[in-house]
Design a protein around this ligand. Structure first.
Ligand SMILES: NC(=O)C1=CN([C@@H]2O[C@H](COP(=O)(O)OP(=O)(O)OC[C@H]3O[C@@H](n4cnc5c(N)ncnc54)[C@H](O)[C@@H]3O)[C@@H](O)[C@H]2O)C=CC1
Ligand SMILES: O=P(O)(O)OC[C@H]1O[C@](O)(CO)[C@@H](O)[C@@H]1O
Length: 388
């Protein structure tokens, strides 16, 4: 039986990656930093994936186990035996995972010859490269040669909304998901076969991953930040607000313009994708909170992420990203007290001033045109919605 080790047994880990790997015949070992979660998985050895739609469906994922990230003995054996390693731990944690993997890969090198593929399944551009680089960074030539020959590092784009919805569950580790999913994998980087049913192997991942990050995640963040500003709790409520929906559709159109130019994708293909995304946001069964979708604004407002990147692309082709600016500016107004990264931005605005904070988070020059437009929109939204 094919063996998978998946780091991060959270929402997407159980609700999407674990789900699809199980359906493809893999035996799954989850690895997590949370002792409680590891204990729960080892107690129940199975969980249900609850698909939220008109007629709710349930699918079981069975024969699973879990290892705590610090349990070196068990982890070493699992990694030596693995055919595939995947992660969904949050892009900021990838470097640490990569550094941990080095020793286990060395043990694998001394013990087994079969190929391995390692894939990061995170909302970030080319996240697997972060893992790969952290593994190769400290290796000598012999280790690097081995890794290059025996380990594939395909980048991926993963798409399934897995919220923290509070519904009746049979087991505490059951997870609720939307019906839709898409997993695009960089074909040329695979070594051997992956055997993942339902995943799409693509020649050029960049258009897929940028389309997903800008048109889904960028639109989602825009809905979340404007929704928060207007006092909505859930995404499905915020997207029914005409003011917010028009802005979200507008930002998708701007991003689509940039995407169609950059990747030569037909505009109507992008427009169909964008409409489907809005429909998914309207799914009221998901009860997806704006504060989950807006979480960690420092990451979402970074220069290489879902909002600033399409805004820069628009700017470069002479299109004013007037709708994308709303999401960015509202992100700087996201003052949710339970989100440490939102608090960090608010503290910086108080201590460093608005321009310096925007520059620190986005990497834009303080005197750049785009940064000045963000400042204008921030002031406009602050005035209109009376925040702070
Ligand atoms: N929830 C969703 O709908 C989607 C999430 N993603 C991406 O998947 C990643 C995870 O997101 P969620 O599953 O929503 O978050 P989550 O918080 O539900 O799950 C993350 C899991 O990783 C574990 N973890 C964190 N650091 C770790 C470490 N160093 N070693 C081992 N385990 C560690 C946590 O304990 C947690 O169980 C993020 O990068 C997110 O952008 C991508 C697509 C959809
Ligand atoms: O996981 P992140 O990057 O914090 O952002 C949440 C995003 O991820 C998703 O959960 C799935 O892509 C979306 O629902 C949302 O746009």
């Amino acid at each position: 039986m094919l063996k998978a080790v998946h780091f991060g047994a959270g929402n997407i880990g159980r609700g999407f990656i674990g789900y699809l790997l199980y359906k493809s015949g893999y035996e799954i070992t989850f690895v997590d930093i949370s002792k409680e979660l590891v204990e729960s998985i080892n107690t129940y050895k199975r969980y249900n994936v609850i698909i939220l739609k008109d007629n709710v469906e349930k699918e079981e994922v069975k024969n699973i186990k879990a290892i705590h990230i610090e349990d070196e003995k068990k982890l070493s054996k699992a990694i030596v035996d693995a055919d595939i390693i995947t992660t969904s731990v949050g892009a900021n944690n990838l470097k640490g995972i990569g550094e941990k993997l080095i020793n286990y890969i060395k043990i694998r090198k001394a013990n087994i010859d079969k190929p391995l593929n390692i894939m990061a399944c995170e909302n970030a551009l080319f996240a697997t490269n972060i893992l790969k680089n952290s593994i190769l960074e400290k290796g000598d030539k012999d280790f690097i040669d081995y890794v290059n020959q025996k380990i594939g590092f395909p980048n991926t784009a993963v798409d399934r909304i897995v919220p923290n919805v509070d519904i009746k569950k049979e087991l505490p580790i059951d997870v609720a998901v939307e019906d839709f999913y898409e997993w695009d994998i960089e074909k040329k980087a695979i070594i051997g076969d992956l055997n993942i049913k339902g995943a799409e192997l693509v020649d050029d991942l960049e258009p897929y991953i940028e389309r997903k990050l800008f048109l889904l995640n960028g639109a989602h963040a825009t809905t979340a930040y404007l929704g928060y500003l207007k006092g909505y709790k859930y995404i499905h409520e915020a997207i029914e607000d005409d003011f917010i929906r028009n802005i979200v559709s507008g930002m998708q159109e701007e991003a689509s313009l940039a995407l169609s130019k950059k990747h030569n994708i037909k505009k109507d293909v992008l427009s169909q994708y964008a409409s489907k995304v809005i429909k998914r946001f309207k799914n009221s069964y998901l009860k997806d909170e704006v504060v989950r979708v807006g979480r960690e604004p420092t990451r979402k407002l970074a220069g290489n992420d879902r909002l600033i990147m399409p805004a820069k692309f628009c700017y470069e082709i002479g299109v004013m990203p007037k709708f994308i600016l709303y999401g960015i500016a509202a992100g700087f107004l996201f003052d949710y007290k339970e989100d440490p990264k939102a608090c960090e931005i608010q503290d910086d605005i108080r201590n460093l001033g608005l321009e310096k904070t925007i520059s620190k988070v986005t990497g834009l020059e303080e005197n750049s045109g785009l940064l000045q437009e963000i400042v204008k929109k921030y002031k406009e939204l602050k005035e209109a919605f009376g925040k702070r």
